[in-house]
Design a protein around this ligand. Structure first.
Ligand code: GLN
Ligand code: ZN
Length: 802
C-alpha cells in the first residue's frame, strides 16, 4: 500500500460507507455484565466446570443482552453502539488483532493448525498470554493511564511477525449484524500509536529498539483489518488513541508526525469504514489540528478534562465530525445538563467559526464507561438525595442521548459540571473548621535521627528486622464469616469471635516463624479501601456497583460524596487484641488518604487535596488512638501514590505536593517513639522516589521482586535516607522463594543501603496466597535474614566472614 496523495476532508469512502455518525454515542461500555457474568463465566471455564462451548454461549448471551440494553437506552441505528466487549483486556485484543505475540509465547500461535508464522490465537492461547502458563509468566500488567484499570503490556521485537492473529473485531461486528442492519456495531480497537506507546521491547530485542520502530508494519495490518471490516459492512470504526492525552517519551511535534504516519495512512486507504479517533483521559491541546489534518472522518475530544477547543485549534475542521465528550465517563456524578448544553453550543459556534459544520458535532462521553458500574437502577439502598445526584453507565448514556436531542435548555458554560449536591453530610462545619485551621507545623515530626533513637529504645529491634505487609491469607472460613455477618446470619458477637480466632492463629504462626514485627492479618477487611469507607462518615457503598479492575477481577468502589470524619475508632480493637497476644510489637494497619481517594469515586465539588486532608485528619485521630492503646508501630499504606500521578508533567508537582502533604498530615501527630511505616506496591519506584522520601515515613516497604535491579539503583542513600524494605518475595506468584535466593537479595541490598536501614519483608500483602506457601516462604525469609544478620555482626566485630 502506498501513501496516496489526498485532499483533506474530501470524502473518499464509497457512498454506502458514508452513513453519519449517530448524534449520541459513548466511547465504550462496561463489559463485565451487571452481575459480573463475565467473571463468573471465566472462572467456571478456567476451573474446568464449563467447556469452551458453554463459555462461548455465556459470553455471547452477555453481549446480546448488552446490545439489547443499549438499544433500549436509545443507541439505535448503524454504528451507534461501540463494540467494546473484551474477554480480558482491550490492549491485548488490539495486540493480537495485529499479531503482537512475543516469541516466548510462539507455541500458542497456530494452535489451530496453521504455522506459527501466520497462525491465529485460540481461546486458550488468549488466556495463556493474559494469565501465564506453567512455563511462562503472563504479559506484564500495568495501570491504564491514571485509572485503576490494568492492561496487559504487549511485547514486540524487530522480527515479530505482524499479521491478523485474531479476527475477534471482525467476528463481533458480524455477530452484531445478526440483530439486523440497524444493530450494526461500531467496531473498536486501541489505535496503532497508543498500542505501540504502551508496548515494550520483548526480551532479547537489540538495545535501542523501540516498539515505535514497527509503526508502519503495524499500521499495514490495521489497514488490512479496516478493509475486512469494510467488506463486512461496517460504516464506522473507532480507534482509541488515549496516548495523545498524556505526555509521552516523544515530544508533541514528534507525536504529531507519528499521528500523520499512522492515522493519516489509514485515512488514505480506499477500502475502509469511516474512522472515528477518540482521545480520552484528557485534553490533546495543539495536537488537534494535526489529527484533523490526517483526514479521519471524526475526532472525539475529552471535554471534561480538556477545554473546548478554540477556532484556531479547530483549523481545517471542514467536514470532520467532532464527537464532544461532555459527559464525564469515569465519575459517578450526574451531569448538570444545562451546563453541558451550553458548552455544546459553544463548541458548535467554534466549529462554525473555523469553517466547519456545527450540525456535524455529536455528543459522547469523555472516556469509556468501563470505569463505572452498569446501572444505578438496582441501588435502592442508597439514600434518595444522594441517589438523585448519581449516574452510572446506563444513566450516562441517557444523558448523552438527552443532550443530543436538543430538549435541554442551555445554562451557563461556567455553571457546575455535575448536579449540585446539597444535603446532610455534604458540608460539615466541624470538619471544615479543622482543615481551615491547619498549619505547616501539622505536617512536621522531629528530625529522623531523633525519632529513630526514640523508636529503637522503645522497640529494641534487631539488625535487618523481619515483617510482613499486613494481610494474611483470607481463607474460606474468614470470608464466610464476613459474608454471614453482613447478611445478618451471625450476630456481632459470633463475628467478633471468628475474627479473634483468626487473629490468634495468625499471631501464633508469626511467633512460631520468628518474625520481629507482627501484624494482626486484616481478616476483617474485605478490601483495604472499602473497609475504611464503611467506617468513615462521608462515604456511601453500593450493592452491585462492580467495576473491572483487570480480566476477571472486579472491585466495588465506594462513593466519597461528603465531608469525611471518623465517628469512632476503626482498627484499634483488632490491633490491641493482637498486641495482647504477644510481646513482639504489632503493627497497626491503615490505608492512606491518596489510596482511599484513588480507589473510590470522589466528589468533584472541591479539590482532591482538600478531600485528602479530611481523610488524613481521620487517620491522624486513628493513629492517636492506636498510640494511646499501646501500639508502637503504625503502617499507612499508599499503594496508589503512583497511580494518580497526572498524565501531564506540568500537573505533577501540584499533585505530588498535596498527596505528600496529606500523608504527612495523617502521620505527623505520631510521637517520636512511634514508628511510621508505609507500603507502596508498584515498580516505577524511581519516578516518584523523591516524593516517597518526602512522605517522611520511618520505614518504607516496596514491591521490588519484579524489578530488583532498578530498585537497588534507586536506594541511593543520597536520595532516600530512611528505613527501607525492598520486597524479597514476589507474592503475586504461588512460587516459594528459596532461602538462598532471598539471602542473596538481602545481601545485595545490605551492601547498598547499609545495616540499620534495611528490613526484610515480602513485596505485598498475603491475602491472595494460601497458608502452605505462606508458611514456607516466610520461614525462608526469616532464615535468610538471620544468616545475613550474622554476617553483618561478624563484619561489625571484625571477624572473618563467608
Ligand atoms: N496492608 C495491605 C495488605 O497487606 C496492603 C495491600 C496493598 O499494598 N495493596 O493487604
Ligand atoms: Zn502492596
Amino acid at each position: 500500500m502506498t501513501n496516496a496523495p489526498r485532499t483533506p476532508n474530501a470524502p473518499r469512502t464509497p457512498a454506502a460507507a458514508r452513513a453519519p455518525l449517530p448524534a449520541a454515542t459513548p466511547v465504550g461500555y462496561p463489559r463485565i455484565g451487571p452481575d459480573r457474568e463475565l467473571k463468573k463465566a471465566e472462572e467456571a471455564y478456567w476451573s474446568g466446570r464449563i467447556d469452551r462451548a458453554e463459555f462461548a454461549r455465556r459470553t455471547r448471551a452477555l453481549r446480546d443482552e448488552t446490545r439489547a440494553r443499549l438499544a433500549e437506552l436509545g443507541l439505535t441505528g448503524p454504528a451507534a453502539i461501540p463494540e467494546t466487549f473484551s474477554l480480558y483486556d482491550q490492549v491485548l485484543d488490539a495486540a493480537l488483532a495485529v499479531g503482537i505475540v512475543p516469541d516466548r509465547f510462539a507455541d500458542v500461535l497456530g494452535a489451530d493448525g496453521a504455522s506459527s508464522a501466520d497462525g491465529t490465537i485460540d481461546l486458550d492461547g488468549y488466556f495463556a498470554l493474559a494469565r501465564g502458563t506453567a512455563e511462562q509468566p503472563p504479559l506484564e500488567m500495568t495501570k491504564w493511564f491514571d485509572t485503576n484499570y490494568h492492561y496487559l503490556v504487549p511485547e514486540i521485537g524487530p522480527d515479530t511477525d505482524l499479521h491478523i492473529a485474531s479476527t475477534q473485531v471482525i467476528d463481533l461486528f458480524r455477530e452484531s449484524l445478526e440483530g439486523g442492519a440497524d444493530a450494526a456495531a461500531r467496531p473498536v480497537l486501541v489505535g496503532p500509536l497508543t498500542l505501540l506507546l504502551l508496548a515494550k521491547a520483548q526480551d532479547g530485542a537489540p538495545a535501542g529498539f523501540d516498539p515505535l520502530d514497527r509503526l508502519d508494519d503495524v499500521v499495514a495490518v490495521y489497514a488490512e483489518l479496516l478493509a475486512r471490516l469494510h467488506e463486512a459492512g461496517a460504516t464506522w470504526v473507532q480507534l482509541d488513541e488515549p496516548a495523545l492525552a498524556a505526555d509521552q517519551r516523544i515530544d508533541p511535534q514528534g507525536l504529531a508526525a507519528l499521528l500523520e504516519r499512522a492515522e493519516g495512512r489509514l485515512a488514505s486507504a480506499e477500502d475502509r469504514p469511516q474512522i472515528l479517533v477518540t482521545t480520552p483521559y484528557g485534553g490533546i491541546g495543539d495536537l488537534l489540528p494535526g489529527l484533523i489534518a490526517t483526514g479521519v472522518e471524526a475526532v472525539h475530544l475529552d471535554l471534561t478534562r480538556g477545554e473546548i477547543p478554540s477556532a484556531t485549534q479547530l483549523a481545517g475542521v471542514g467536514r470532520t465530525v467532532i464527537a464532544a465528550g461532555l459527559v464525564e465517563g469515569r465519575s459517578v456524578w450526574r451531569t448538570e445538563l444545562p451546563t453541558a448544553a451550553a458548552r455544546l453550543a459553544l463548541l458548535r459556534e467554534r466549529v462554525a467559526e473555523a469553517g466547519g459544520d456545527p450540525g456535524a458535532v455529536v455528543v459522547s462521553t469523555s472516556v469509556s464507561l468501563q470505569h463505572v458500574p452498569h446501572t444505578l437502577e438496582r441501588e435502592t439502598d442508597l439514600p434518595a438525595d444522594l441517589r438523585a445526584t448519581l449516574a452510572f453507565a446506563d444513566e450516562k448514556i441517557a444523558e448523552i442521548v438527552a443532550l443530543a436531542g436538543s430538549t435541554v435548555v442551555p445554562g451557563s458554560v461556567d455553571g457546575p459540571r455535575s448536579v449540585p449536591r446539597d444535603f446532610a453530610g455534604v458540608r460539615r462545619n466541624d470538619v471544615r473548621e479543622r482543615t481551615a485551621g491547619l498549619t505547616a507545623a501539622d505536617l512536621e515530626r522531629s528530625a529522623f535521627e531523633v525519632r529513630g533513637a526514640a523508636q529503637q529504645s522503645r522497640l529494641g529491634l534487631p539488625v535487618l528486622p523481619t515483617t510482613t505487609i499486613g494481610s494474611f491469607p483470607q481463607v474460606a472460613g474468614v470470608r464466610r464469616a464476613r459474608a454471614d455477618h453482613r447478611a445478618g446470619r451471625i450476630d456481632d458477637a459470633a463475628y467478633e469471635q471468628a475474627m479473634r480466632e483468626e487473629i490468634r492463629r495468625v499471631v501464633a504462626l508469626q511467633e512460631e516463624l520468628g518474625l520481629d514485627v507482627l501484624v494482626h492479618g486484616e481478616p476483617e477487611r474485605n478490601d483495604m479501601v472499602q473497609y475504611f469507607a464503611e467506617h468513615l462518615d462521608g462515604f456511601a457503598t453500593t450493592a452491585h456497583g462492580w467495576v473491572q479492575s483487570y480480566g476477571s477481577r472486579c472491585t466495588r468502589p465506594s462513593i466519597l460524596f461528603g465531608d469525611v470524619s471518623r465517628p469512632a475508632p476503626i482498627t484499634v480493637g483488632w490491633s490491641t487484641f493482637a498486641q495482647s497476644l504477644t510481646d513482639k510489637p504489632v503493627k497497626g494497619m491503615l490505608t492512606g488518604p491518596v489510596t482511599i481517594l484513588a480507589w473510590s469515586f470522589v466528589r468533584d465539588d472541591q479539590s482532591l487535596g482538600e478531600t485528602a486532608d479530611q481523610v488524613a485528619l481521620a487517620l491522624r485521630d486513628e493513629i492517636t488512638d492506636l498510640e494511646a492503646a499501646g501500639i508502637g508501630i503504625v503502617q499507612v499504606d499508599e499503594p496508589a501514590l503512583r497511580e494518580l500521578l497526572p498524565l501531564r508533567a506540568s500537573d505533577q508537582d501540584d499533585y505530588l505536593r498535596w498527596s505528600v502533604d496529606s500523608f504527612r498530615l495523617a502521620t505527623s501527630g505520631a510521637a517520636d517513639a512511634t514508628q511510621i511505616h508505609t507500603h507502596l506496591c508498584y515498580s516505577e519506584f524511581n519516578e516518584v522516589v523523591d516524593a516517597i522520601d518526602a512522605l517522611g515515613a520511618d520505614v518504607t516497604s516496596i514491591e521490588a521482586a519484579r524489578s530488583r535491579g532498578e530498585i537497588l539503583e534507586a536506594l541511593d542513600p543520597e536520595r532516600f535516607s530512611r528505613g527501607i524494605g525492598p520486597g524479597v518475595w514476589d507474592i503475586h506468584s504461588p512460587r516459594v522463594p528459596a532461602t538462598e535466593e532471598i539471602r542473596s537479595q538481602l545481601s545485595a541490598a545490605l551492601d547498598r543501603v547499609g545495616e540499620g536501614r534495611l528490613w526484610a519483608n515480602p513485596d505485598c500483602g498475603l491475602k491472595t496466597r494460601g497458608y502452605e506457601e505462606t508458611t514456607e516462604s516466610l520461614r525462608h525469609l526469616v532464615e535468610a535474614a538471620r544468616t545475613v544478620r550474622e554476617r553483618a555482626a561478624r563484619e561489625g566485630a571484625g571477624l572473618p566472614v563467608g
